[in-house]
Design a protein. Structure first.
Length: 274
């Protein structure tokens, strides 16, 4: 029986806890975050407010739960865009290695990589307006070349295998071979890369929201909570510590999951561990 890597278990526990809290916010939160209660502003942690309240009197725990929902949703959809577009592009490039299509796809990837991801995201959201939707598009665009490169690199090693040659002799098209034979054999690479990009998506969303280009008030997000707390970092540090720890825990958990999946799915590492 294969023993699960410790980092996979720890990462899954951290991520599952935060994900469960975010999902729970769809049906229940301790308080309504859209209701302001100035008379209860900056209330310290108590039985009524486990993490206290912010400068508008909103319950901090409820803000974290709903903020996590937005941050996680943006990251998931952005990774979905990157994977949904980048993987087919990478497979097409590998199937036409050395051809004009391969050259066009890879030079397009180089063009996107020539600019820092945050700069591209700021440019897009500043041009089309700040919103969670535009943040998803901006982060998703940068994820496309990442998945394209991973898919192409993994696919190129598979195209030289004997069973691929047998499939070509049998008359299968390059597209059919890519879908039926290449994609299943690089799925582990894509899954591991997906967890890494998911964690980077959380950070990117937090960064965009921090500078006011992500989710807009009254919709909470972890990055927006950090931005709102920056002027009170010395007087009420818990307002910044709570969302900061949530971001750190989620990113750490996802990175641990990625490391654990790599160890679990890579046969060389698995044999060495056994």
């Amino acid at each position: 029986m294969t023993r699960l890597p410790a980092q996979l278990v720890i990462g899954a526990a951290l991520s599952t806890l935060l994900l469960a809290a975010a999902l729970l916010s769809f049906v229940w939160t301790p308080y309504d975050v859209t209701v302001l209660n100035i008379s209860a502003k900056l209330t310290p942690p108590s039985a009524d407010h486990l993490l206290g309240t912010d400068h508008f009197g909103r319950d901090l725990l409820s803000m974290l739960m709903e903020g996590g929902r937005i941050s996680i949703a943006v990251a998931v959809l952005a990774v979905g865009i990157g994977m949904g577009v980048g993987v087919p592009l990478g497979l097409m490039a590998a199937a036409n290695r050395g051809g004009w299509l391969d050259e066009v796809i890879m030079r397009g990837n180089d063009l996107i990589f020539a600019f820092p991801s945050l700069v591209i995201a700021i440019l897009i959201t500043a041009t089309f307006g700040p919103s969670a939707t535009n943040a998803i598009i901006a982060i998703g665009i940068f994820n496309i070349p990442v998945f394209a490169r991973v898919a192409r690199g993994g696919a190129l090693t598979i195209w030289t295998r004997e069973f691929i040659m047998a499939a070509r002799v049998a008359g299968k098209s390059r597209t059919r071979i890519s879908v039926e034979h290449i994609l299943p054999n690089i799925a582990n690479l894509l899954i591991v890369q997906g967890t890494i990009q998911f964690s980077l998506g959380i950070l990117a969303e937090a960064g965009l929201s921090y500078v006011g280009l992500g989710a807009q008030p009254p919709t909470p997000s972890w990055g927006r909570m950090l931005a709102d707390a920056q002027t009170m970092i010395y007087t009420t540090p818990r307002l910044a510590i709570a969302p900061g720890l949530a971001i750190v825990a989620m990113v750490l958990g996802l990175n641990l999951i990625g490391d654990g999946l790599r160890d679990l799915l890579d046969p060389r590492i698995r044999r060495a561990r056994e």
